[in-house]
Design a protein around this ligand. Structure first.
Ligand code: UD1
Ligand code: UDP
Length: 376
């Protein structure tokens, strides 16, 4: 069974890596990878950490790419690869442009599409933008929906996805975390060693990149400055996304603060070490919301809505909005509330047990065999 994985950004690569590794270890799967390279350096970092085999690298990234141009070029290039490879199934993950186009071109070429991390919804088309619409569009294109949680399954059922096409598998992002956490040879890179050497008191790890947050990015950076000024022993470590729009908003506000350590994006294993060392994670990321409960870290989410309500219910995530004042108030209040910090750190992980890859492989094998049987 030839399975073609189409992916192109850092978070997709992290979450497909364990599935690719597992399927590649089995005799009955022939794994083909199509790296759109919607991201370049940040994708290459993940390929290196997980030693992901590369069959096709489309290398499409351009500086400040627009959604329309990215969509157009990916449609052409991924379609071409699928026509040549003719896989039995196209596997996509999440909600990026690469994911949506992998699903769309698979559908156009008459190849069954499998969707990892299916069914996440905020039910607001603009939050996150454009991811909420991307993942919704993959719904009708996919034949196999791998939902991480019961909530995700319920979202798909509401959109009339057939019950027998949905499987609750957990999130393969937890497999990635488990694999990295089990590595015993983890060494801090120079950048992180240097930053951590300067941190004596509490540490907050920060990431921010959402397109819908770009208009607020200056305010987000200012909020971090306010928090540092209000807390003399606090250090912030902020690996800044390579998006020029993010960097041009964040750097001028924070680069001159001696307790704010702005780094380039960290390799995944390094970022996990940073989260482990942090007291709080402040982010607008999707994947980090899932990682926090596994690592026992409180996460303050700089968004108005989340597609991961399970984390809020479990008590490990809090939505703090995107305004400077609200972010400052929430962070300072949590830092001063030891009991709440402890409570958030003890929340249980609702996103999986780190064995998603095995489930996905077993289900896909069964389903594709069944399909073959029906067709012959
Ligand atoms: C994209 C995804 C978003 C995901 C995020 C993860 C879409 C529509 N958006 O964000 O869902 O949460 O990735 O980080 O698919 N850049 C580099 N090197 C890199 C990566 C990016 O230079 O390795 C720069 C480039 O100038 C690029 C820009 O960042 O044009 C933005 O990259 P893009 O993939 O378009 O980012 P987002 O859409 O913001
Ligand atoms: N991450 C990383 N290096 C960093 C920051 C984040 O490897 O410097 C990882 C993080 O652990 C998570 C993923 O990248 O697994 C999240 O990616 P991102 O926030 O870019 O995208 P999202 O999850 O919001 O789609």
């Amino acid at each position: 069974m030839k399975i073609c994985f189409v992916f192109g950004t850092r978070p997709e690569a992290i979450k497909v890596a364990p599935v690719i590794t597992y399927m590649s270890s089995l005799d009955d799967f022939d794994v083909v990878t199509v790296l759109t390279a919607q991201h370049r350096e940040m994708l290459d970092q993940v390929v290196e950490v997980f030693d992901i085999p590369v069959s096709h690298d489309l290398n499409v990234m351009t500086e400040n790419q627009t959604l329309s141009s990215l969509t157009a070029i990916l449609c052409e290039r991924v379609g071409q690869v699928l026509r040549n490879e003719r896989p039995d199934c196209v596997m996509v993950q999440g909600d990026t442009t690469s994911c949506f186009i992998g699903g769309l071109t698979g559908f156009y070429e008459g190849i069954p599409v499998a969707h990892l991390e299916a069914g996440l919804r905020t039910n607001d088309p603009r939050q996150p933008f454009p991811e909420e619409i991307n993942r919704r569009l993959v719904g009708p294109l996919a034949s196999f929906h791998f939902a991480p949680t019961e909530t995700a399954r319920a979202n798909l059922l509401k959109e009339n996805v057939a019950d027998d096409r949905i499987w609750i598998t957990g999130n393969s992002g937890i497999d990635a975390l488990r694999i990295i956490s089990e590595r015993e040879d983890a060494q801090l890179c120079d950048a992180l060693t240097g930053a951590l050497a300067l941190c004596e008191g509490p540490v907050i790890a920060v990431t921010s990149h959402r397109r819908e947050n770009l208009p607020f990015m200056h305010g987000i950076a200012s909020a971090i400055r306010d928090i540092l000024d209000a807390t003399p022993d606090l250090n912030v470590i902020f690996p800044v996304h390579l998006s020029p729009k993010v960097r041009s908003a964040v750097m001028p506000v924070l680069a001159t603060h001696d307790r704010c350590h702005l780094l380039d994006p960290l390799a995944y294993d390094q970022f996990v070490l940073l989260m482990k060392r942090s007291d709080i994670v402040l982010t607008d990321s999707g994947g980090i919301q899932e990682e926090a409960p596994y690592l026992g870290k409180p996460v303050l989410v700089m968004r108005r809505k989340t597609e991961r309500p399970e984390g809020v219910q479990a008590g490990t995530l809090k939505l703090v909005g995107d305004s400077r004042k609200s972010i400052v108030d929430h962070v300072l209040s949590l830092m001063n509330d030891t009991a709440e910090l402890k409570r958030m750190s003890r929340a249980t992980n609702p996103f999986g047990d780190g064995r998603t890859s095995e489930r996905v492989a077993d289900i896909l094998r069964d389903q594709l065999e069944k399909r073959d049987g029906e067709q012959s």
